[in-house]
Design a protein around this ligand. Structure first.
Ligand SMILES: N[C@@H](CCC(=O)N[C@@H](CS)C(=O)NCC(=O)O)C(=O)O
Length: 199
């Protein structure tokens, strides 16, 4: 059975759980408490990239990077299109999520709601908040004329970006300023087999 090394509040882990649930793939959750330093050090010693999620396959292979895991699991399913152009649209959003969205929304949320601001990094907060709002603005513009991000179908691009967008309020971000984004969040929450981050 697949094993997912996982931290409950992490959106990067949640996006994988979201897809596993949508595909009805059974798996074992292996929780890591990122607030527990010895547990974190042991995890880092085992996995070279040192972060969650990691998906462990039946043959012992270990895959890190949430969006790579999404691509691996979604291959051959409607959540990752075969068409070259549509697939490139999905990949575009996955790369954008890691470069322009997650480092701002997820990091501010993690500092505000879970770990506190690391000592000496207080000065980063205003810029990260501004970049987070820019990312939410990009999604709002996009979703004003679209149902889903990459094509007219729900895909792993939506799952990836939903993971941290729908909990952005935990980072202090006002989602009510983005009505199209809020409608897309509700659309995803209404998908069959949807699971919540707290499930
Ligand atoms: N690019 C990675 C980021 C993973 C990541 O940042 N994971 C965080 C939790 S959301 C983590 O493991 N933090 C612990 C640490 O960095 O020591 C992915 O998408 O999987």
């Amino acid at each position: 059975m697949l094993r997912l090394h996982d931290y409950g509040p992490s959106g990067n882990c949640y996006k994988v759980r979201l897809l596993l649930a949508a595909l009805e793939i059974p798996y074992e959750r292996v929780p890591i408490d990122l607030k527990d330093d010895p547990a974190k050090q042991a995890y880092r010693a085992r996995f070279r990239l040192g972060r969650v999620p990691v998906l462990e396959l039946d043959d012992g292979k270990e895959l890190a990077e949430s969006n790579a895991i999404l691509c691996y699991l979604a291959e051959g399913t409607p959540y990752l299109p075969n068409d070259r152009w549509e697939r490139a649209q999905v990949l575009k959003w996955l790369f954008w999520e890691q470069y322009d969205h997650e480092p701002y929304i997820a990091v501010i949320r993690a500092w505000r709601a879970y770990f506190g601001i690391p000592k000496g990094r207080e000065a980063e907060v205003p810029l990260r908040k501004a970049r987070a709002y820019e990312a939410l603005g990009v999604l709002e513009d996009e979703l004003t004329h679209k149902i889903f991000l990459a094509s007219d179908r729900y895909s792993i691009a939506d799952m990836s970006l939903f993971a941290y967008s729908h909990v952005a309020h935990e980072g202090g971000f006002e989602l009510s300023r983005f009505p199209a984004l809020c409608r897309w969040i509700a659309r995803i929450q209404a998908q069959p087999k949807h699971v919540r981050i707290s499930d």
